[in-house]
Design a protein around this ligand. Structure first.
Ligand code: PLP
Length: 553
């Protein structure tokens, strides 16, 4: 008689892709995926949210336990699909919430294939061609960003935060060689290290400073201009202060595409400042210059677009916007490394992020001692696992990225980004045309529009400037902040019922000159399905909300 466990085993074998060709089983595998898709489809409705609104509580989650018996593949799928209830549909034209794209079908397949066969990018031993995909994407991106593809190196990691972590690690090794081994306070190292970025840079800079042992107190935030760019003259004097104190610069971070406003730092100027200070202080290292372009990188497809002939036929305002972005993005090659999120402006699923370094030798600076990894790297020639933070590393990121780079080509990505920017421009135009609304980032040229809604009787030509600079306006600022929060709540509750558009709110789009937070409403258009009618819907939502909560403070 068969032992009982064999029954389980035989059942469970069916839940694995078959190791040798079995077309019938493959068809069933496909059916299982189809079945999941059908169940998700049943959750779609006209709102940008899957399923039905429900009580959002984690209360019962602690009651979950593993069952004694397997529940089978179908039931498992159903239970998983239930977990999508209440999710935003990022591809819905009524979802304008954040820099989160809907992923393309090829990028999903690109992610699925290495998952089925569990490619591990620690080395090229087990999955040479998936490792090759990482190298191919590196070359494509190096070329797009105007680096030398023969010299550049790149590695995929766990998000934009990961790209900053790698840059900081490389920068530390440049500023304090040997610090990986000895620690920041180890053999002979007693210096403080700092990370310098703008006050519009992402908070991930602080995270990374904490995790690297630099300490988040040692992140120096340089004030930005009203256009959300780092003030380069202040950057220079603040860097000079650091060097005069005898502290080390672990890295300088230029942000190209700030998260809330799409501000673009002047990388060319920053590079000049850095080089000048290296000479002036006769530094024995060159402070690492990293471009956090996790959002802005995609605009590199316009580096060689013919804006005069405009073969894709973008309207004038869009051309101006795209050219304005290109003006800064084409300088990305002046950085020592660049962070790229394909899962932001490259339309792949989470996670697909890479750090690109101008000089592949920079990655060798953070390599471990081969003797520490005796069971790895016995064959093959490409061993990113020697320097990656990760040990097991998925093929998901590079394959998803490669999928979209192949799918889109330059013109495809140009068309997508051009369309998103056109929609954002159209929204900004409408908002600027109305007395009760003001666009806050009208000099930033991305798919994101930050705006404020004012009650009646406020002079919206003067108020935004006064709020920004005049401390006597503090109370007025707070009241308008509160008014915008109420507008947001009203828009949100309607949108979740399927009326209007889901936008978002940022508690501090930037600080006023006197240090108070400016609340802003935010429309981030990332859906390829967006169109004029949904721009009108945003405006409609605003007027409806304004009517409902009243036009006075
Ligand atoms: C989103 C973002 C990050 C963090 O990237 P993740 O992929 O979310 O880890 C870093 N910098 C900027 C400018 C960002 O917008």
């Amino acid at each position: 008689m068969k032992p009982a466990y064999r029954e389980y085993l035989e059942q469970l074998r069916l839940s694995f892709p078959q190791p040798v060709s079995d077309p019938v089983h493959d068809a069933w595998f496909g059916r299982c995926v189809m079945h999941a898709l059908e169940q998700v489809d049943a959750l779609k409705n006209r709102t940008p949210v899957l399923g039905t609104p429900e009580d959002r509580s984690f209360m019962t989650s602690t009651e979950c336990r593993i069952a004694d018996e397997p529940i089978g593949l179908e039931e498992t799928t159903t239970r998983l699909v239930e977990h999508l209830n209440g999710m935003f549909v990022w591809g819905h034209p009524r979802a304008q919430i954040n820099v989160i794209p809907p992923p393309t079908i090829p990028s999903l397949i690109g992610g699925l294939l290495p998952s089925i066969y569990n490619a591990n990018l620690a080395s090229d031993e087990s999955s040479f061609r998936v490792a090759l995909a990482e190298r191919e994407v590196t070359a494509i991106m190096a070329d797009l960003l105007l680096f030398d593809p023969d010299q550049a190196g790149g590695v995929f990691t766990f998000g934009g935060t990961g790209t900053l972590l790698y840059a900081g690690k490389i920068g530390l090794e440049k500023a304090l060689p040997g610090s990986s081994r000895s620690g920041l306070q180890g053999s002979g190292i007693r210096e403080r290290a700092v990370i310098v970025c703008s006050d519009c840079a992402h908070y991930a800079n602080r995270t990374v400073a904490g995790w690297l042992g630099i300490g988040d107190e040692n992140v120096i935030e340089v004030p930005s201009t009203p256009d959300n760019e780092i003030r380069t003259c202040l950057l220079e004097s603040m860097l000079r202060d650091v060097l005069q104190r005898g502290d080390k610069i672990a890295m300088i971070v230029a942000t190209l595409g700030t998260t809330d406003a799409f501000g673009l730092d002047d990388l060319a100027e920053i590079r000049e400042i850095r080089d000048r200070l290296v000479d002036e202080f006769s530094l024995d290292y060159v402070p690492h210059l990293h471009a956090d372009a996790v959002i802005g990188w995609a605009w590199s497809v316009f580096n060689d677009y013919d804006f005069d002939a405009n073969p894709l036929g973008f309207r004038h305002r869009t051309v101006r916007s795209l050219a304005g972005t290109k003006r800064r993005i084409r300088d990305l090659h002046l950085a020592d490394s660049v962070g790229i999120d394909f899962h932001k402006t490259g339309f792949t699923p989470y996670i697909s992020s890479m750090i690109l370094v101008r000089d592949a030798a920079d990655l060798a600076r953070i390599a471990r001692d081969p003797e520490a990894m005796p069971y790895l790297f016995q064959s093959g020639e490409y061993h990113p696992g020697m320097y990656t933070l990760e040990t097991s590393r998925s093929g998901f990121g590079p394959m998803a990225a490669l999928a979209n780079l192949l799918l889109f080509g330059k013109n495809g990505l140009r068309a997508l980004l051009g369309h998103l920017v056109t929609m954002a421009e159209s929204l900004a135009e409408h908002l600027e045309g109305h007395a009760a609304t003001t666009v806050l980032n009208s000099e930033n040229f991305g798919p994101v529009t930050l705006f404020r809604v004012y009650p009646d009787g406020v002079d919206t030509f003067k108020a935004p400037k006064q709020e920004l600079s005049n401390p006597a306006m503090r109370n007025e600022l707070f009241r308008v902040n509160e008014y915008n929060r109420r507008i947001f709540d009203a828009i949100q509750s309607e949108a979740l019922q399927g009326r209007g558009v889901v936008i978002s709110l940022t508690d501090c789009y930037r600080e006023t000159d006197y240090g108070e937070p400016i609340v802003a409403l935010k429309s981030y258009i990332m859906s390829p399905f967006s169109d004029e009618e949904y721009v009108d819907a945003v405006l409609d939502s605003i007027w409806q909300a304004r009517k409902r909560i009243g036009a006075s403070l």
